[in-house]
Design a protein around this ligand. Structure first.
Ligand code: NCD
Length: 309
């Protein structure tokens, strides 16, 4: 396989294992480019890419932008808070106005699940989902799986616990799809109010005790409490959450197993994870961010091949 099957990357659900492996192999090559003194290749110099963000982002936006620059693409950045969306323009009108300026690819983050899918059906340009509400965040799951593979050599039969606010997390859903396709066993852990009912249909183990989850897993992917998405009170207080579900040195010392710690960021230090663990040798948090650039270069490069045919 040399190309991705679709013009878009909307989610992991529709991606094949072969496509994921192609993305990983391509990311290996770009990771090598990123070690060179001149970290730039001309692969996308024929492409113009718009980063269209309707929701806040630090890592994902910077990572996409840097990946585009490393590939020599022309880029434009759109952020909804400064735009005519505030004047009542529809999503499709905004996108069509961007496209008429000869944009070839859209990287989109939106608070509504399915927004990039809707746009992709209505335009010819490639659409990459950079997070749609609580639905999917495919490049995050790809970079998470790539980072686990890099550290452990293989994902097959590894035990991964996803711990925290599963209910509001697109990272959790995309990670479950990616890890299961790659042969891992996945456990979900958190307070039952933060675990959606439908999750059992995804064939994951469910655990409400964080110590049990840590005793089981090789990798703990710790998720942020999504403060901005909590509609009603799902837990009494952040202090209590941290007391029962926070991952700290005392807990890991008690378990005394070699567990890899991951987190997609942004971290609420002292809530879901303590600083000594976030900054420890077992933490891959900064490796995840570093690998994100190579993974996004790979995705955009592979999608651009469909455009050249
Ligand atoms: C995540 C996101 O925005 O979905 N962050 C990220 O992209 N690195 C997770 C989060 O916001 O907690």
């Amino acid at each position: 396989m040399e190309k991705l099957l679709s013009k878009d990357l909307l989610g992991i659900k529709d991606l094949t294992v072969e496509e994921m492996n192609l993305i990983f192999e391509t990311a290996d090559k770009f990771k090598e480019v990123l070690q060179r003194p001149i970290k730039k290749v001309p692969s996308l110099r024929h492409m113009t890419i718009a980063n269209v963000f309707f929701e806040n982002s630090t890592r994902t936006k910077l990572s996409f932008e840097l990946a585009q620059k490393r590939l020599s693409a022309d880029i434009i950045n759109f952020s909804s808070s400064l735009s005519s969306i505030k004047k009542g323009e529809s999503l499709l009108d905004t996108i069509n106005n961007i496209l008429v300026m000869k944009v070839d690819m859209i990287v989109m983050r939106h608070p509504d699940p399915g927004a990039p899918h809707f746009i992709s059906k209505n335009i010819k340009a490639s659409v990459i989902n950079a997070g749609d509400g609580t639905h999917e965040h495919p490049t995050q799951a790809l970079l998470d799986s790539y980072t686990i593979k890099e550290r452990l050599g293989n994902i097959k039969n590894k035990k991964i616990a996803i711990i925290g606010d599963i209910l509001h997390s697109r990272v959790a859903i995309s990670n479950i799809y990616a890890l299961q396709k790659l042969g891992a066993k996945v456990m979900i852990c958190g307070p039952s109010t933060l675990i959606p009912k439908h999750i059992s249909s995804l064939n994951v183990l469910i655990e409400n005790n964080v110590e049990n989850a840590l005793r089981w897993c090789n990798v703990a992917n710790v998720l942020r409490i999504q403060l901005e998405r909590q509609g009603s009170n799902k837990f009494p207080s952040l202090r209590e959450y941290s007391q029962y579900f926070g991952i700290n040195k005392k807990l890991l010392d008690k378990i005394d197993r070699d567990i890899i710690i991951m987190h997609p960021g942004p971290i609420n230090r002292g809530v879901e994870i303590s600083s000594d663990i976030a900054d420890s040798n077992n933490s891959l948090i900064l490796e995840q961010v570093e690998n994100g650039v190579a993974i996004r270069m790979a995705v955009m490069y592979l999608l651009s091949l469909n455009k050249l045919q």
